[in-house]
Ligand binder design. Structure first.
Ligand code: ZN
Length: 447
């Protein structure tokens, strides 16, 4: 059979290692991975000699803001940023307006996502104050890949937490949340606000290592009790990570997946001090010692996947933080810079390309049960590919961003390894930093 496309001459990052190989693609899927030159005929050819080919990135934590807050972001803009940034699958968060806490909310997002240039899946929400097992069941049937705890700032007692886990248990889907202990966070917040002349660094102490330790240990125990796979979101401290390392070493029949957001690997509390509202996020950027601990966790396997927590706000909204930092909206955009930062880290020796592929494609595909379609350069799955030129450098300029908000905490950064092409199901969706405008994104549902 003559393939539709032959991606030839690349150094492919396969699950077993980096290998020189040609990739044959038919009907949007990888149909053969062969020695260079073995397949001579194809309807089209993409020559990627001297370049690395990575599996398409899955960003498992994206606030697309659509519907409801489309002045901040929407599917058209977010998915252009994704395409240029090597992200071929976005998993969207449920705090839209309306929130994705029932099948109507789910349907509204599916409708908005018709303008997506990349494939997408939906993480639905479960209301902490009033978990509704019937709504959860309906959302799982509609295709939600995971459940995120919403409105989780209030006090939840042991029974409250258990009812959340129990509501999700019949679906078999993971439950995800920022699991740091709420009572400790509240106490830290009050102490920080009471400090005369409190600044950005005081805010960075609110979610402390102790809050992470306490909350993670409890969340892992609840996951075992209720037999619900757990996604521990947004781990940032050395102490929190060490708790999870111990949890994972002890072993459990239900998986505990550890997420780190890309900005916590590349920003510190010094950046928060310098950039103020534009580096203001929850959890906040950490001191360099914690960042170093996260990198150890990346390389020793404690961290399972890296995502963006892409959470844009307009400049006007962020500027409010200059007047009163406690009322500034939290969150920063990440889709434009996500893969760039990590590719540079790989090419400068901070992690291997194989480990990078596992962190941003392999593991997120498995834990959301999308691995029949996505996650690796493997025969049978979608031909979602990112082509990297290791000889070309990049610089992140705000005028070339595609997110709606138009700013980045990483503006001005430079690095190695330009992203020169992105393919979704064998179709070119971005080339040399330019998105190709065709909303071909599809809704993905778990196997
Ligand atoms: Zn988030």
């Amino acid at each position: 059979m003559t393939p539709d496309l032959l991606v030839s001459g690349g150094r492919c990052v396969l699950p077993g290692g980096v290998q020189d190989a040609d990739l044959a693609i038919a009907d949007g899927r990888i149909v053969a991975i062969v020695q260079p030159g073995v397949i001579r005929e194809a309807r089209a050819r993409l020559d990627v000699a001297g370049r690395f080919v990575l599996p398409g990135v899955i960003d498992a934590h994206v606030h697309v803001r659509d519907p409801g807050q489309t002045h901040k972001e929407d599917y058209a803009h977010a998915s252009r940023a994704a395409a240029v940034g090597g992200v071929t699958t976005m998993i969207s968060q449920p705090n839209t307006v309306p929130a994705i806490t029932d099948v109507q909310g789910f349907a509204a997002v599916v409708e908005a996502a018709r303008l997506s240039r990349v494939d997408h899946a939906i993480c639905a929400g479960i209301l902490a104050a009033a978990p509704d097992p019937r709504a959860v069941g309906g959302l799982a049937e509609a295709g939600a890949v995971a459940f995120e705890v919403l409105d989780d700032t209030g006090p939840l007692d042991g029974a409250g937490w258990l009812s959340l886990f129990d509501a999700v248990a019949p679906t078999g889907r993971p439950l995800a949340f920022l699991a740091a202990d709420r009572a400790v966070m509240r106490r830290n917040l009050e102490a920080a606000r009471a400090r005369p002349g409190a600044g950005w660094r005081d805010f960075s102490r609110v979610i402390s290592g102790e809050a992470e330790m306490l909350g993670y240990a409890r969340a892992a125990a609840l996951a075992r009790i209720s037999q619900v796979p757990l996604i521990v979101r947004q781990v940032t401290t050395a102490a929190g990570l060490q708790t999870l390392r111990q949890v994972k070493r002890a072993g459990s029949e239900v998986p505990v997946w550890v997420e780190v957001n890309v900005h916590h690997l590349f920003l510190t509390d010094e950046d928060l001090e310098r950039q103020g509202p534009y580096a203001h996020m929850v959890p906040p950027p950490r001191p360099a010692e914690d960042v170093a601990a996260l990198w150890l966790g990346i390389n020793d396997g404690t961290v399972d996947f890296v995502s963006t927590d892409h959470a844009p706000h307009t400049r006007e909204e962020k500027e409010r933080g200059r007047v009163d930092l406690w009322t500034a909206p939290t969150g920063i955009p990440g889709l434009d810079s996500f893969a760039k930062l990590l590719v540079d880290a790989a090419l400068t020796g901070r992690l291997s390309l194989e480990r990078l592929a596992e962190l941003v494609a392999g593991t997120p595909s498995r834990l959301h049960r999308l691995d029949h379609l996505k996650g690796a350069i493997r025969v049978g799955v979608d031909a979602d590919l990112v082509v990297i030129d290791p000889a070309a450098d990049w610089q992140l300029d705000e005028q070339h961003l595609h997110t709606r908000c138009g700013w980045s905490a990483f503006a001005g950064r430079r690095g190695r390894g330009a992203l020169v092409a992105t393919l979704l199901r064998g179709q070119l969706i971005a080339k040399d930093g330019i998105p190709l405008d065709a909303p071909i994104g599809r809704l993905l549902t778990p196997r």
